[in-house]
Structure formats: C-alpha cells, structure tokens
Design a protein around this ligand. Structure first.
Ligand code: 2F8
Ligand code: CA
Length: 307
C-alpha cells in the first residue's frame, strides 16, 4: 500500500517535472533522469508491447484474408472459369485422338494380319514354283544328256543306214539293236532271243573289250536312278545252263574275260543267264539272273556287205 502511494507520488512528480521543464532549471541531472526513466519502465512499456502485438496480429490477419481472397479467386477461375473449360476441351480432344489412334491401330493390326496371310500364300507359291523350276531343270539336264547321246549316235546311224536295218546301230563292224523305246517291254531271256532271231540276228556276244565298252557306253545313258538296279539290265547271249559255272556264248565258245559285278556270278536263285547293267564302273557291269526274269536285251547281227 505504501509502495503504491510512493509510486503514485513519483508518477505525479514526473508529470510535474515535464510540465515545468521548459522554463525551470533542471531539478535532476541526465544521469538522474535515466535512473528515473528506468524506475518508470514498468506498466507503460507493457502497454506498448501489447499495442505492437495487436497491430502485428491485425496486419497478419489482413494478409491472411488477402491470401484467402486471392486463393478463392484463383479457385473460382480454376473450377468455374475458362481455364477449366479449356482443360476439359483439351482432355476431350486428347480422348478423341486417343480413340482415333486406337481405331487406327486396330485397322493396322487387321491390315497386318491380311498382309501376313498374303505373304504366306506368296511364300507357298514361291516354294511351289521353286520346286517346279528344279523339276524343269532336272528335265532339261536329262534332255540335254539325251540330245548329246543321240547326237553321238548320228554317225553310227548314218553308218548303220549303209550297213544295218532301220533302228539298228553300227558299232565295231556289227549291227546292234537296243530296245530303248518304251514300246518294248521287258521280257525273259528266251523271249529276248526269239525277238533277235526274228530280226535275223541273235543275242549279243560280247567277247571283246571293245565291244563291251561300246555297249556299256551306249546303255549308260539309260540308267534310271528310280528303278531298281537289277531291273535295268539287258540280256546278252551268255549262259551256264548246261553246267553250273561253265559260261558259254551262244556261238558255243567259252567265256574268257568277264565283267562281273563284285560277288557275281553267284547263282543266287538258279541264275543261268547273264545280263549287262548300266554301271558307273563298266568293268563291274555283269550279273547272273534267273532266265525267267524280265529285262530288256541287246541283239546283234552281221551288217550288209561292206564295200
Ligand atoms: O545282291 C546281288 C543279287 O541281287 C539281286 O538279288 C537280290 C539279283 N537278282 C536279280 O537280278 C533277279 C541277283 O542276281 C544278285 O546276285
Ligand atoms: Ca546273281
């Protein structure tokens, strides 16, 4: 209580001093004033701080309000303004172009499937044509060999025309007949011999190397790789029918030099008749076969008088 009265007195004293400060001598020195001010800092200073705080809060509130209003305006523009409409339009356009792209992709897929199908057909056709081309090439190759062979026969035929019957070939001073044409079917040994005899000849007697090479050279081009080797033989006039293993030509002479394949003659199935086969090695061109087996044959006969 006493303190409060003291402080009140000090406060009145201070006011009084301020009022009379202009025309009176200073009662206190500066140092004393400072001491007075320090003793008077209490309630007045707190009041200023409150004012400052209030003012700051008011400014902050005003600022926040402004931000709030700004955000509201911005949000309005976003949600209700042209920006949103523009974005919605863009999204719709993007959706439309996406749909169109999907559609185009589906179309492209179908087109691709159609093209793949066409390509497969083209590939099959190409394979087919390639096979046909290979077939044709084989035929051409075979035909060219046949043409060459036939050309090589021309001199013999020309000569044969002077010395042999039509269809017979003149070789090594004798006339030979080869039933190469398909019109001649295969026959057994005796039927073959009968055919030759009807033409004024007999089955060929191949009793010299020259004759043998001329014959094998001629039949070589008639080798059919698709036919079993033992079906592409030609009967000749050689048998061991009288005595097994004692081979004799039709003119009664004994066989001197034979051109048997390896392991032949083997009389495998009562094989008493000899045949010549188109072989790459002409020195292994003979085989003994059953006389009732069907083969082609080779006839020979004397030419007309040479002169
Ligand atoms: O293996 C050789 C053998 O081959 C054929 O018989 C499987 C021949 N047969 C005919 O020509 C009919 C055999 O003569 C020949 O020895
Ligand atoms: Ca045999």
């Amino acid at each position: 209580m006493e303190d409060r009265e003291n402080s009140g007195r000090s406060y009145n004293k201070l006011i009084y001093q301020e009022e009379s400060a202009a025309d009176e001598q200073p009662i206190y020195s500066n140092q004393e004033k400072q001491q007075v001010s320090l003793t008077a800092v209490g309630p007045a200073s707190s009041f200023n701080h409150y004012k400052l705080l209030t003012l700051s809060l008011a400014v902050l509130a005003a600022f926040l309000l402004a931000v709030d209003i700004g955000l509201g305006v911005y949000y309005y523009h976003l949600t209700d303004g042209s920006l949103v409409r523009d974005l919605a339009g863009e999204v719709a356009k993007l959706q439309a172009s996406y749909n169109a792209a999907i559609h185009r992709r589906e179309d492209a897929k179908e087109q691709l499937a159609r093209e793949i199908g066409k390509q497969a057909v083209t590939r099959w056709e190409l394979e087919h044509q390639t096979r046909r081309k290979e077939d044709y090439e084989r035929v051409i190759e075979k035909t060219q060999i046949e043409i060459a062979t036939l050309k090589s026969h021309i001199p013999m035929i020309k000569e044969g025309c002077r010395h042999c019957s039509p269809g017979w070939t003149f070789m090594n001073s004798l006339c030979y007949f080869f039933p190469f044409a398909d019109t001649y079917s295969s026959v057994n040994w005796q039927q073959a011999r009968d055919h030759c005899k009807r033409q004024g000849g007999d089955l060929a007697i191949v009793d010299s190397r020259e004759k043998h090479l001329a014959i094998t050279n001629l039949i070589h081009n008639y080798k059919d790789p698709k036919t079993w080797m033992y079906q592409s033989g030609f009967w000749i006039g050689l048998r061991d029918v009288e005595e097994e293993g004692r081979w004799k030509w039709l003119d009664g002479t004994r066989l001197n030099e034979g051109y048997w394949n390896d392991g032949e003659p083997n009389n495998e199935d009562n094989e008493d008749c000899a045949a010549v086969y188109p072989r790459s090695n002409p020195f292994k061109a003979w085989n003994d076969a059953p006389c009732n087996f069907n083969l082609k044959w080779i006839c020979e006969k004397q030419p007309w008088a040479i002169g």
